[in-house]
Design a protein around this ligand. Sequence first.
Ligand code: NAD
Length: 312
Amino acid sequence: MKVLVAGAGGMGSRFALKLAQAGNEVVLAETWSKRLQSLQTDGLQADLDGQEVQLKLPAYAPEAVPRETDYDLVLFLTKSMQLADLVRILLPAFGPHTYALCLMNGIGHEQTLTKYLPRERVLLGNTMWTAQMTRPDHVHLADDGSCELGSLTDDPDQVKMAVTTVNVFSQAGLKAHLLEDPRYSVFRKGCVNGTLNTLCTLLECNVAEFGQTPLAHELVVKVVKEFAMVGEKEGLHLDVAEAVSHVEDCYSVIGEHYPSMYQDLVKNNRPTEVDYINGYVATHAKKYGLAAPLCELLTGEVHVKEQLQNAK
Ligand code: NAD
């Protein structure tokens, strides 16, 4: 498969490395000039499950990606705030047989992608892999994980592409699963991010540390119920008990992990994706005449923390 990975930060690097190691043709598109320079000079360098790896892959600024238009897949793994610009800039790389796949955290990417691309060309999903950019020229990849994806319509070619992608990703060790309804899965993953990412960032702790606190369960249930309330209005009947247990499984599976939002704000002093997680629920609850007070408060608190730290 020929894959253009759009966003070669921590997660983009994980997927690019695994896909390339499995024999796929992988090209990188990266906006951050420091990162791009290191990818072009030294290649992709990572500590992958305790082993140092280095792999030279073609890497370009998005505007400079060769207009070959024979990519099978453009895999979006940038930050939510960068998605719209990146899709727009990369449109010339989409040929008649190219599909987009978004595995990023956050809700609402479906709308962003389908603003530029036909719905029949968009695959959607999420990932439970972890990744951490330790320096502009190095990525730390530990922990077990998985990913899941599916097609937005029942167009036979799109469904076939989703199956092919799952197979290719699984052969590359990325433990991919096919989803019947990727929109449901995005909301379910949103529950993980809207609890663990946001709370670990505000409380400055890792996943296991948060999970050990006596109030963790109550807080998780309350936040998940707000996601379910908004999901219901969008035609998704989220199973609250299952979503809560999905969040709580993380205490043991990725307990040592500091979520990506923590890495953004606490470690790297960067703005977060909170507007696409708790913020999505808070604003959409309002739109439907409902209230999501916890999501509203958590979004506000993260923004205050960003401002106090002058995150940029
Ligand atoms: P990342 O911050 O490592 O990289 C994403 C992009 O952000 C990069 O391609 C780069 O363009 C930009 N960037 C990063 N640091 C920068 C800096 N200091 N200055 C300028 N630009 C910079 O993000 P990621 O962790 O790879 O996340 C990609 C997507 O995957 C996000 O939606 C994230 O929520 C999701 N995700 C991440 C994890 C994780 O453990 N990292 C887990 C699940 C999902």
